[in-house]
Structure formats: structure tokens, C-alpha cells
Design a protein around this ligand. Structure first.
Ligand code: NAD
Length: 335
């Protein structure tokens, strides 16, 4: 049976990356039926919104989406499509693996981290106001329910993927109530996995320093929204940057898989952009759908092509365009 997936090509380099990713996934051995729908800057003139209702309906119906980057105009106008999607679909967990790829020049060659970021609350709840003319307040929301839910997601991910340790990251020494509650919630959930998955916690500033100096000490990290946003980019930097960083937003009903990078408008339509992050997001989707062997095979094909260094894109030092890079991966998968 073919899996029906909502494919949102997105803006800028998105359509080229989406096409490359679709071709690679079609060669993965898993059958897909793609329902392509457009969202983003390019549809505002037609629908009056970057996120038309039928796009949301398509994801709700298929429960799985693969999404290219979407341009978010700075300043007024429309809310970020990404934030709206996360809230409308209840995508509470942001999953971002960061694993070294042979052939990319980075400080370490053995990084293998998984960042699990709470996606719905914290300072990103969007509750802020001016206090008079010259002061502003943003409210940080942390609840036991959301904190235990994200901690459970991290532990379940660890169990399902053969990982051995979860580290909760916080600033409970200063924000004793909000981050204290997050830490307490993680400890409560950790007790359920006692003896199966190791648990520890780190203060976020110390965590950043340790990740830069000794990333091999860590495995799965679970963080509230803001620290998760920052630390996951730090980890992407450890393994070669945003061009190779995949991501997933997962909720109880549906999941949206997308590269971490943006729409890189200056490269749009030039067949130059690196499709690695979106293809690896496709591998996360395969795993989520219950195809771990196919996901690993796809990841290995991407890694082999990068290690070979012949058919890679400009940013990895190679001469190939987006489509040729995808061709090389498809060729490996077909061997
Ligand atoms: P960006 O990620 O688009 O670009 C940052 C730098 O990385 C640029 O030099 C770009 O050319 C390069 N780059 C990014 N992806 C690449 C790829 N796959 N291959 C090769 N080079 C790549 O970030 P930005 O310039 O800050 O944002 C551009 C637009 O994207 C903005 O409108 C922003 O809001 C949006 N954005 C969307 C998402 C998303 O949809 N998930 C995420 C981040 C930014």
C-alpha cells in the first residue's frame, strides 16, 4: 500500500529540494503517493494567506507532510507558517538529530546527538506586551503537562532507537519555578525508565560549553522551547551547518518533516542548493512511518555520496547541482 503524503514544496529553493527529495524517496523501496499542495509567500496573492485552509486539511487527512522552507516576511503581514502549523496541528515535539558526516570538514568527526525540543510553550507562547512606552514583558509559560509529554517523547525515542541516555537541559538555578518545573517533570518521567535509560541534567550555559568541547559525552537532549531552538542550531553547527540538518515536528495526530534551513532566495531556481537536509528529513519520515531499514539505507546513501565528494553541491565543495546530487543518491539506492 502506498503511503499518501502531503508534499509542500515551499518558497525559494524549496521546490528544487522537494523534487530532489521526492525522487530519492521514490527510490527508497517504500511506495508513496504524493499530494502536492502549495503554501508560503508564493500563494498569498491567490489565497490571501500563506497557509490556505486546504493545505492544513491535506495534512490532517494524510497525517504526514514533507515540507520545504517557507519565506517569512520580516515585520508585519502574516504569522509564520511554521509556527501556525505547529500550533494548528499540535506538533509538540521538535526532533533534530545532529550526526557527523564523513567528508565534511568540522571540528569533530564523531558527533551523534539527538535534540528533542518542546515546541508549544515557553517564551514562544507569544504572550508579550508593552509596559508603558519603554519596557516590554514576554511571559514564559512552562506546564507540567507539556514538560512531561516532551520528556516522555525523548525517553520513548531513546528506547525505540537504541540510545542510552537522556539529558534534560534547563536554567533551574535562576528560574526556579518555570525551569524548576521542567526539570521536576523530566525527573518524574525518568523514574519510569530507571534501569533502561540513563538520566542526567545540565544547566544550559554549561551545556553549551560542554557540547562545544566534548559532544561525545551526550546522547539525547531534551529542552524547553527557547533553549532547544538555540542548542539545536549549535549542534547543527557541530556537524556541518544548516544545509545538512534535518528536522521533524511531531504531534499525536500528525507529523511534518522539514529541513532546518530557510528558503535561501538568492539561490532559488539555480539548481545549486544542497538537498541533504530535506532528504535526511525524508529519512526521518521513513523511520516515523515504520521503515527503519529503508531509512538507514537512505541515510547511508547520502553519507556515501558526500564522503565520495564527486557529486556534491557547491557548499560541500563539489561541482554538482541539486538534481545531479539527487541522481547520485538514487543511483546508489538502485545498486
Ligand atoms: P537560510 O537558511 O535561507 O539561509 C542562510 C544561508 O545558508 C544563506 O547563505 C543561504 O544561501 C544558505 N543556505 C541555506 N540553505 C541552503 C541549502 N540547502 N544549500 C545551500 N545553501 C543554503 O536563512 P535566512 O536567509 O535567514 O532566511 C531566508 C528565508 O527563509 C526567510 O524568509 C526566513 O524566514 C525563512 N526561513 C524559513 C524556515 C522554514 O521554513 N523552516 C527556516 C528558516 C528560515
Amino acid at each position: 500500500m502506498a503511503h499518501r503524503v502531503t508534499l509542500i514544496p515551499g518558497d525559494g529553493i524549496g521546490p528544487e529540494l522537494a523534487e530532489a527529495t521526492r525522487r530519492v524517496l521514490d527510490a527508497s523501496g517504500v511506495a508513496f503517493e504524493w499530494e502536492t499542495v502549495d503554501a508560503g509567500e508564493g500563494v498569498i496573492a491567490q489565497y490571501g494567506t500563506p497557509l490556505p485552509e486546504h493545505v492544513l486539511e491535506s495534512i490532517k487527512r494524510n497525517r504526514i507532510a514533507l515540507k520545504g522552507p517557507i519565506t517569512t516576511p520580516v515585520g508585519g503581514g502574516f504569522r509564520s507558517v511554521n509556527v501556525t502549523l505547529r500550533q494548528a496541528l499540535g506538533l509538540y515535539a521538535n526532533l533534530r538529530p545532529a550526526r557527523s558526516i564523513k567528508g565534511l570538514v568540522t571540528r569533530y568527526d564523531d558527533v551523534d546527538l539527538v535534540i528533542v525540543r518542546e515546541n508549544t510553550e515557553d517564551l514562544y507562547a507569544g504572550i508579550e506586551h508593552m509596559v508603558g512606552r519603554d519596557a516590554a514583558e514576554s511571559i514564559k509559560i512552562i506546564t507540567r503537562e507539556a514538560s512531561e509529554r516532551i520528556a516522555r517523547f525523548a525517553f520513548e525515542y531513546a528506547v525505540a532507537n537504541g540510545r542510552h541516555k537522556v539529558t534534560a537541559v534547563h536554567k533551574a538555578n535562576i528560574m526556579k519555578l518555570s525551569d524548576g518545573l521542567f526539570l521536576d517533570s523530566c525527573r518524574t518521567v525518568a523514574a519510569e525508565y530507571n534501569g533502561r535509560i540513563e538520566f542526567e541534567d545540565r544547566i544550559v550555559d554549561n551545556m553549551c560549553m560542554q557540547l562545544v568541547q566534548k559532544p561525545d559525552l551526550y546522547d539525547v537532549l531534551v529542552l524547553p522551547n527557547l533553549y532547544g531552538d538555540i542548542v539545536s542550531d549549535l549542534c547543527a553547527g557541530l556537524v556541518g551547518g544548516l544545509g545538512v540538518a534535518p528536522g521533524a515536528n511531531i504531534g499525536p495526530e500528525s507529523a511534518v518533516f522539514e529541513p532546518v534551513h530557510g528558503s535561501a532566495p538568492k539561490y532559488a531556481g539555480l539548481d545549486k542548493a544542497n538537498p541533504t537536509a530535506m532528504i535526511l528529513s525524508g529519512a526521518l519520515m521513513l523511520r516515523h512511518l515504520g521503515y527503519p531499514a529503508e531509512a538507514t539505507r537512505l541515510e547511508e546513501a547520502v553519507r556515501d555520496v558526500i564522503a565520495e565528494g564527486v557529486s556534491t553541491t557547491y557548499d560541500l565543495g563539489g561541482p554538482a547541482g541539486t538534481a545531479a546530487f539527487a541522481d547520485a543518491i538514487v543511483a546508489r539506492l538502485s545498486r
